[in-house]
Design a protein around this ligand. Structure first.
Ligand SMILES: NC(=O)c1ccc[n+]([C@@H]2O[C@H](COP(=O)([O-])OP(=O)(O)OC[C@H]3O[C@@H](n4cnc5c(N)ncnc54)[C@H](O)[C@@H]3O)[C@@H](O)[C@H]2O)c1
Length: 364
């Protein structure tokens, strides 16, 4: 049976899959009074040992079976296993009655997403997919500016991402290799599907569900094993009529300053009276204010927003913990919104394969 919400004490959390991104997902838990990490689970002994040093009081498990059969008392599981394993691991955790904070992308197919949603309904445990970008303060402020009407009615939305291998933190081969296999096995690549998820989620969060999408997803081969799903250009219409474009370019020899991944990003909403643009997110490609707003002939720059992408991981976890502790307010992103995002990204990839625009209800 699932722990009833609200949870009137610190949430007891187990971290399952404690690889690279756990460097950021674990941050919130090292400083939170709302939660306590009671369990760590990973078959990789080095990763388990490293996290064990970070959370010395947590019990360690090398298999999910052992964790789920233990009596440590868990309310919520933070799942950070490779994406192709999300469905299997999340269903078992939900079946055991534990709430879930799942890494993005939600799943590799809508069928997998539906199985997880069914498991959540059956046990009553909550299924939430984490999304740091929508907790990134410059993007939150851009949304508020757009909704204030300052730039007029929304006329269009443009996102840009430049991928490069130079700059940022080190990513071990064990982390990259399953991503490249996922591309080979399922055609779901590291830029459009895995990283692109963030951008599709931002579009959905700003302007709601998508009616129709058209994409050209190219491939760049670096070796038999390493194939990148770029360059890519993706165009869509939201149900509310807003037109969006996401353009993704590879510039492998460009250095990009970053504390995290070396992806350079831009988000720009054009209104009938001006525009609002976020100049960087994960990396610092443009050393300009994180948000600029042009309206009425005047350019306004935001210099004080927290533009450290790592902070948005802490904030998204705090949001979920608050929701579990109070049961109040809207949970972002809940499972059904996440399924909409999944349907959007899969339809984009499918439309490129078929070389035709796809309506979302009929797409995948
Ligand atoms: N939110 C973001 O910005 C972001 C960034 C990078 C990755 N991710 C997502 O996070 C997830 C993990 O990515 P990563 O980069 O940390 O990969 P990773 O390979 O570094 O880490 C995955 C970990 O899961 C462990 N694992 C595998 N099977 C397991 C099982 N059955 N039970 C427990 N642990 C198991 C592995 O041993 C490894 O330590 C993926 O879904 C990825 O797409 C999200």
């Amino acid at each position: 049976m699932a722990t009833p919400i609200p949870i009137n004490r610190p949430v007891r959390v187990a971290l399952v899959g404690v690889g690279k991104i756990c460097d950021l997902t674990s941050r919130a838990y090292t400083q939170s009074v709302e939660a306590e990490v009671v369990g760590l689970c990973d078959p990789d002994s080095e990763n388990l040992e490293r996290r064990g040093r970070q959370f010395p009081d947590a019990a360690r498990f090398s298999s999910l079976d052992d964790l789920l059969q233990s009596s440590i008392g868990i309310d919520m599981v933070e799942i950070g296993v490779p994406t192709p394993m999300h469905c299997e691991v999340a269903c078992r955790v939900l079946d055991a009655g534990h709430h879930v904070n799942l890494q993005k992308p939600m799943a590799t197919s809508l069928d997998e997403a539906d199985r997880m949603i069914a498991a959540s309904h059956a046990s009553g445990a909550a299924l939430r997919v984490m999304e740091p970008f929508i907790f990134f303060e410059p993007l939150e402020t851009l949304k508020a500016v757009v909704e204030s009407g300052e730039i007029g009615d929304v006329a269009g939305f443009h996102m840009k991402m430049v991928g490069t291998g130079l700059g940022g933190w080190d990513v071990p081969w064990s982390t990259l290799s399953w991503q490249f296999r996922q591309m080979q096995d399922k055609g779901l690549g590291i830029l459009v599907f895995d990283d692109g998820w963030h951008k599709f989620a931002v579009a959905n969060w700003l302007f709601g569900p998508v009616a129709e999408v058209m994409a050209w997803v190219g491939q760049t081969k670096f070796s038999d094993e390493i194939v990148i799903d770029a360059p890519a250009t993706i165009m869509w219409n939201h149900v509310n009529g807003v037109r969006g474009v996401f353009d993704l370019t590879l510039a492998p020899d460009t250095y990009m300053r970053s504390k995290y991944y070396s992806s350079d990003e831009r988000f720009e909403v054009t209104g009938t009276k001006g525009f609002a643009r976020v100049n960087h997110c994960v990396a610092y490609g443009l050393n300009q204010p994180s948000l600029e707003v042009y309206s009425g002939g005047v350019m306004r720059s935001y210099h004080e927003l927290d533009d450290d992408w790592g902070t948005s991981f802490v904030r998204q976890t705090e949001h979920y913990l608050r929701w579990l502790r109070t049961g109040e307010g809207e949970l972002v992103l809940d499972a059904s919104k996440s399924r909409e995002v999944l349907s959007f990204v899969l339809a984009a990839i499918e439309s490129s394969k078929q070389n035709t625009p796809l309506r979302l209800s009929a797409a995948v």
